[in-house]
Design a protein around this ligand. Sequence first.
Ligand SMILES: [Zn+2]
Ligand SMILES: [Zn+2]
Length: 293
Amino acid sequence: MPSLPPFGYPGRWFKGNLHTHSNRSDGKLAPQENIRWHVLHGYDFVSLTDHDQVTTQEGENGLSIQVIPGAEITARRGQVEYHVLGIGLNQMPVSSQEDIQTTIDAIAAAGGVSFIAHPYWHGHELIDLLEVKGYTGIEIFNAGCWLEINKGHALVHWDGLLQRERNVWGIASDDSHFHYPDHGYGWIMVRAETCDTPSIVNALRNGWFYSSMGPQIHDVRLEGDTVTVECSPAHSIYLIGDAWHAPNGVHAWDGQPLTEATFKLARGQRYLRVEVVDMAHRTAWTNAYFLSV
Ligand SMILES: [Zn+2]
Ligand SMILES: [Zn+2]
């Protein structure tokens, strides 16, 4: 039964956080201290996304982690402000406060990938995301915005885009500043053969990752109209699509965690994505897959 990308791809999983701040902007820790926290907590890569500047390492860090240069760039359109994560940049490709489309295009022209940060926290409506083109994805979970004002999730924005056949990827991140315990809540698991910047950026561009607050997703397979999910012990496993479909969530009602579930696609369903929720109510999300109907 064929696995959906990137499950079953060669290589291994690399854990990373694409959104964190050092004391070069409004974070508490110096860049090396921030990087060291990620090393000590099992991350394979991290991007220091300080506001409107690319924070680079000073020399070799001597640590077993890949630091992917990036920035959180402030952009606008009319009265609407955006924060965009530009990942895989060696320098700011555009100034702060430029038009959002100009900013997205400049990140792409510089060889980077772009994720619109914390749409719910920022008050974005779906139209604010629909009228911008060419970005790689959005933050579907931002731990800082979740802890600060409980507006950390952007799943309604994401499904709104997907329902309009805008297949952008969804990332989870910490947006950690380290002034309080805002770190270690959301990350991505990237499938790649090597953990260098070109490989990780290429995988991000192609959506070869899933996002998590804890659960692991081992495999998602599609054969005919049957979807099979394998994961770490879970309370609930969901198959989500572009409309309301008959029950597509399975639950460990008896307290025995689930590690596999099988679903049937609904007729006319145009895309699918999977969510796994563990016994501590932490979620993992696959990217979306469009079906040829
Ligand atoms: Zn921000
Ligand atoms: Zn931030």
